[in-house]
Ligand binder design. Structure first.
Ligand code: ADP
Length: 402
């Protein structure tokens, strides 16, 4: 018994449908013969004499390839190619009488897949040209299909990203408004506006106000994260004094440090240049690093904020603590959204959402630098970043590119 012959294919096809446009019956028949000789392929070749008939055939069904003569009774082969070079149209091979340069150039410009000179046409040459044209066209189709898939995925992502942004805004607005109101009413009671309260009641209500503030901060973090993830976090940079920002940050957390029983020190060199920054945002970064340092340092510990001139173009801010430190395997992840180092201790997360460092990193990067950390478990951590010096007579980095 004979073993079945392996199925052959031609340009990835077992069946090939070709349209030939030529008003010379002999030439047409020759092309049909050459195509029928392709081994292992079921060829279906249709021959027509005019472009009008060819247009009709294309309307009726799909072809893998079209071969057209240049001179035809109604139009030229190039006119035909010009009408049929859209996505999904079959590749076109032009047969020219003499290979004149003008025709060839025009043919390539029109987008024909190949051209062959009629007088020297061979079976091999025609088959190779068809194979190349079909393979190239398939490749183009698959690239197009992939691009369409990517474009669709992109659209979906864009839509989701807008939805997330809207969701964060709605949540933030809907929750923050009543939260702010609740905080104000509690504050009124604390201030005695609604009558006398005893010390214990005051203590509880002050705690309630703190909780409202903490919640408001978390909402802000969520909205900020959504903002930079959708590319909407923008800086307002101008030359400013880093000392002022650092001192404001220290002031804003000093009560917290005090309550926690940690010493907070700061070191500022006497002369610092102006830096080019969004001072509100840099304040946010420094305050976040200090808050973390306080959260993750045990009572009796020490935090030092140091500002130095790193080099001619940068001022560096570092926050060093003597706290619990971070294991090496977590160091790369702490800047990721929502990442918190898993800890066994009580109050291990310090009540955060795991967004602060991610936002801080983004802000420092928008200033053209990196937020970095060195740390050892049990030996404290140092977070540091640089801000660019504002050179009065030079354009600042992004102004150069505008
Ligand atoms: P959050 O503090 O709100 O949890 P962050 O993004 O600011 O979020 O920090 C992410 C995590 O990095 C923290 O949960 C903590 O595990 C770790 N971390 C940050 N700062 C320090 C620090 N100074 N010392 C020890 N761990 C820290």
């Amino acid at each position: 018994m004979n073993a079945a012959a392996p199925a052959q294919s031609f340009a990835g096809r077992q069946a090939l449908r070709v349209l030939i446009i030529d008003d010379e019956p002999v030439d047409r028949e020759r092309c049909v013969r050459f195509i029928k000789q392709i081994p292992g392929v079921d060829s279906n070749v249709i021959g027509v004499e005019t472009i009008a008939e060819a247009d009709q055939q294309l309307r009726l069904g799909r072809f893998d390839c079209v071969i057209t003569d240049y001179h035809l009774s109604d139009e030229t082969g190039l006119d035909f190619a010009a009408k049929h070079h859209d996505d999904g149209d079959p590749p076109i091979i032009l047969l020219t009488g003499n290979g004149s340069e003008t025709v060839v150039l025009e043919a390539l410009r029109t987008g024909v897949a190949d051209y062959l000179i009629k007088s020297s046409l061979t079976a091999n040459g025609l088959q190779r040209a068809i194979q190349n044209a079909v393979e190239k066209s398939d490749l183009r189709d698959s690239v197009r299909a992939r691009n369409e898939t990517i474009a669709r995925a992109n659209q979906t992502l864009q839509k989701r990203s807008n939805e997330i942004q809207r969701f964060y805004h709605t949540v933030s607005h809907e929750l923050k408004t009543p939260l702010t109101a609740a905080r104000e009413f509690i504050s009124l009671v604390v201030d005695g506006v609604a009558g006398d309260i005893n010390d214990q009641q005051r203590e509880f209500l002050v705690h309630a106000v703190d909780c409202c503030d903490q919640l408001a901060m978390h909402f802000n973090d969520l909205v900020e994260t959504a903002r930079f993830e959708t590319g909407k976090l923008q800086l307002q940079r101008r030359p400013g004094r880093i000392e002022k920002v650092v001192l404001r940050a220290v002031f804003s957390v000093s009560a917290q440090a005090n309550d926690r029983g940690v010493t907070l020190l700061h070191h500022l060199p006497p002369e610092l240049p102006d830096v080019y920054m969004d001072d509100g945002r840099i304040l946010q970064v420094v305050a976040n690093l200090l808050t973390n340092a306080i959260k993750f340092t045990e009572p009796g510990g020490r935090i030092e904020l140091t500002v130095t001139r790193a080099d001619a173009d940068h001022v560096q801010v570092s926050v060093q603590d003597s706290g619990c430190g971070i294991e090496p395997e977590h160091l790369d992840h702490i800047f990721e959204r929502l990442y918190q180092v898993p800890r066994a201790e009580e109050h291990a997360t310090g009540g955060g959402l795991g967004l602060g460092l991610c936002i801080a990193k983004e802000i420092v990067e928008l200033h053209g630098n990196r937020l970095q950390v060195t740390s050892k478990r049990g030996q404290g951590s140092t977070f540091y970043f640089s801000v660019p010096v504002a050179h009065p007579h030079l354009p600042n980095p992004e102004e150069t590119f505008q």
